[in-house]
Design a protein around this ligand. Structure first.
Ligand code: LLP
Length: 415
């Protein structure tokens, strides 16, 4: 369900719609998502782990568009949230609060209260201080807070340092060495109910080993807890499964499931996951048009109308996204190496470097694998209105977020 070339005229298509048509109709830059690709990758998770009692909690931060959340909610998905705003979005989309887990190191009193009142499945607690606050808030509201400790299993996810979260020095989770003591403390605090254990070691992980290493450390703790009379209802192994951006060979979910099976023989409870990128990453692309070509002695620049404010990943993580010319109307030579840059006044506003793309001004480009951490990380930097998001389903296209206007830019400011 990814983009493909039409056999007749070689134009890039998504489902049954030509990307040219979408650009003409909705303008550029513009995010485009495939509904089938989204639902297929969610289903792939469900299928791979069907022999477990599994809840797949989609990590909302990857892409929080209401329509996408609604599609997933309708499939019975759970959600991993990290803010009151994400809770609001999931509830607006019809998500079941009893399938929501709440992660994040800085949950505020307000956010905790909102989640308690909504009746979420579990708070993934990231510090002793948060445990204390949760107990206080739950006591005040005369409610019970269901909790997991997010344990840092101290494994190297072998990914970009900005998206590795399971190292000893990480701000996330509690060290495995202090987890038992914290669980004992949680047992004594009023209005808390221990329901699980959680970990998340990083993102865009393409091999199985770090996941299995983390799982084994978590299971060790689960057994120690059971021995102390603290049984758990669920184990949450987080998200982080990578996708193919360039030439990565992402791990197979069924291999993951097969490797987990014998490890979970002893455990009766539910298995939770928090995938974001794997669900939505390859379901989206960014359409952008070439404004200018510019030659300087050292570089051939292709200046496009999308910038780092629309897609931050290449500037922030030197992330690679494939760029494809949408219509290929004439055979072109492809030996020229270009850098694709955006309009933003920052040298780091680069969307791709060293690409062999023979483009002209006016050409339409598709930047692939932008469904995750694309729109959700975008900003209005340089007073650039947020760009639209379009959902494709078969031959149907729906604007699921409209393009902002200049008026939108100033609507919350005092004149
Ligand atoms: N659970 C927790 C607690 C997380 O912090 C994250 C992502 C996920 C689940 C989902 O991870 P995923 O399955 O998507 O890898 N902006 C970066 C990625 C940051 C990930 C932050 N946490 C990027 O564009 O690569």
């Amino acid at each position: 369900f990814g983009p493909y070339r039409a056999p007749t005229n070689d134009t890039l298509m998504l489902e049954s719609v030509s990307l040219n048509e979408i650009a003409e109709r909705y303008g550029t830059p513009c995010y485009v998502y495939s509904q089938s690709a989204l639902l297929q990758s969610y289903q792939e998770y469900r299928d791979a782990f069907q022999s477990f009692d599994t809840l797949v909690c989609y990590a909302v931060k990857a892409n929080a568009n209401l329509s996408l959340l609604r599609l997933l909610a309708a499939q019975g998905a759970g959600f991993d949230i990290v803010s009151g705003g994400e809770l609001f979005r999931v509830l607006q989309a019809g998500g079941d609060p009893r399938r929501i887990v709440f992660s994040g190191v800085a949950k505020s009193e307000r956010e905790i209260d909102e989640a308690l009142k909504a009746g979420i499945l579990c708070f993934n607690v990231e510090s002793a201080a948060e445990l204390q606050r949760l107990s206080e808030r739950a006591t005040r509201l005369e409610m019970t807070a269901p909790i997991s400790l997010r344990v840092n299993p101290e494994v190297d996810a072998r990914t970009h340092p900005y998206i590795a979260t399971g190292l000893r020095t990480s701000k996330f989770g509690v060290p495995a060495t202090t987890a038992l003591a914290l669980y004992r403390k949680a047992q004594k605090l009023p209005h808390l109910k221990i329901v699980g254990i959680d970990c998340h070691i990083g993102s865009q992980i393409t091999t199985l080993e770090p996941f299995l290493e983390a799982t084994d450390k978590i299971l060790e703790l689960v057994h120690q807890l059971a021995a102390e009379g603290i049984p758990l209802e669920h184990i949450d192994l987080g998200g982080g499964v990578g996708i193919c951006y360039r030439d990565e060979d992402p791990l197979s979910l069924s291999a993951y499931a097969t490797a987990l099976k014998p490890r979970f023989n002893q455990f009766q409870g539910r298995l939770l996951f928090e995938p974001g990128r794997r669900i939505v990453g390859n379901a989206g692309l960014l359409l952008t048009r070439v404004e200018y070509l510019k030659t300087i002695p050292e570089r051939q620049l292709v200046i496009v109308d999308a910038g780092m404010n629309d897609l931050m990943r290449p500037s922030l993580y030197q992330a690679w996204h494939e760029h494809e010319i949408v219509p290929v109307d004439a055979p072109r030579k492809t030996d020229q190496k270009v850098d694709i840059v955006g309009p933003v006044c920052e040298s780091s506003d680069v969307l791709g470097t060293g690409r062999t793309l023979d483009v002209q001004a006016g050409d339409l480009l598709a930047i692939l694998s932008c469904g995750a951490y694309g729109a959700s990380m975008s900003s209005r930097y340089n007073a650039r209105p947020l760009i639209p998001e379009v959902l494709v389903h078969g031959s149907q296209t729906t604007v699921i977020r409209r393009r902002e206007t200049y008026a939108d830019l100033i609507q919350h400011e005092l004149s």
